[in-house]
Design a protein around this ligand. Structure first.
Ligand code: ADE
Length: 250
């Protein structure tokens, strides 16, 4: 198993969330782990991200992880034995024997802020990044507990989707953001989009900052922001107001 140097801690040494990512392209995560909120969360020991190269458990000399589909058809299918072996290779590092095993796939339930909230409360999750045409159905049936999609489009693999999921989760872990408020006040946390924000200068290319924000009246400012949030949501995402679609869709 390949573990990146930045994430060498094993679960038993960890207080916070451990995220295992199974992928055939571990290199894609190198930069992702080195910047911004993700880097800070790792450095503060609030999260541990262990990137596992699925190919490490391949047993033939070509390090094969996929094969042609039974019944024919275009594309390749990820082998169930390889995926299962890769998953089991994380066992010595894990505390939980039955963690959430999440497959990133366009067939999954739509990932949203409620899912991010829910996943941020676990202390161990495993993300499986599918590649090729599909993963073998038997691995899905036997090992996968949840399937998540980040939107109705097809990516070349689950890697970018898992980065999206990881980023959204990490910023919700208390202590990760300097000001935890800014995490809980993010767009979607209350089912609404965010309000507009302004900084200096007061006048920019003929546009002035709204008077209320310069008034110093915090009650008025709070009220204005709330109204703007509702207005923004009604204009851009009326579906959020109608059906409360930010639920965890189970
Ligand atoms: N893998 C490929 N496309 C995806 C998507 N839309 N969401 C999650 N994983 C994916």
């Amino acid at each position: 198993m390949k573990v990146f140097p930045v994430t060498q801690k094993v679960q038993s040494e960890m207080e916070g969330l451990s995220i295992y990512v199974l992928t055939i392209f571990p290199g894609l995560f190198e930069q992702f782990l080195r910047y911004g909120i993700v880097k800070r969360a790792i450095e503060k020991d609030l999260v541990s991200i262990i990137v596992v190269n699925i190919r490490d458990v391949a047993y033939d000399k070509h390090k094969t992880v996929d094969d042609t589909p039974y019944g024919g058809g275009a594309g390749m299918v990820m082998k169930p034995d390889i995926l299962a072996a890769s998953l089991k290779s994380t066992l010595p590092f894990r505390e939980h024997r039955q963690p959430r095993v999440i497959l990133l796939t366009p067939q999954g339930k739509r990932f949203n802020q409620s899912w991010a909230n829910k996943l941020s409360l676990f202390n161990e999750i495993i993300l499986i990044c599918g590649r090729y045409r599909a993963i073998d159905e038997r691995f899905r049936q036997l090992y996968v507990t949840d399937e998540l999609s980040i939107g109705d489009y097809v990516l070349s693999g689950g890697e970018y989707a898992s980065m999206v999921v990881i980023d959204a989760i990490i910023r919700l872990i208390p202590g990760v953001l300097n000001d935890f408020e800014s995490g809980i006040e993010d767009s979607f946390q209350n089912g609404l989009l965010d309000c507009p924000w302004y900084t200096k200068p007061e006048m920019f290319e003929g546009l002035r900052v709204p008077d209320v924000l310069l008034s110093g009246n915090h009650a008025d400012i709070k009220k204005w922001r709330q109204e703007q949030s509702v207005k923004n949501t009604r204009l851009r995402r009326p579906d959020l107001l109608k059906n409360g679609s930010d639920e965890v869709n189970e």
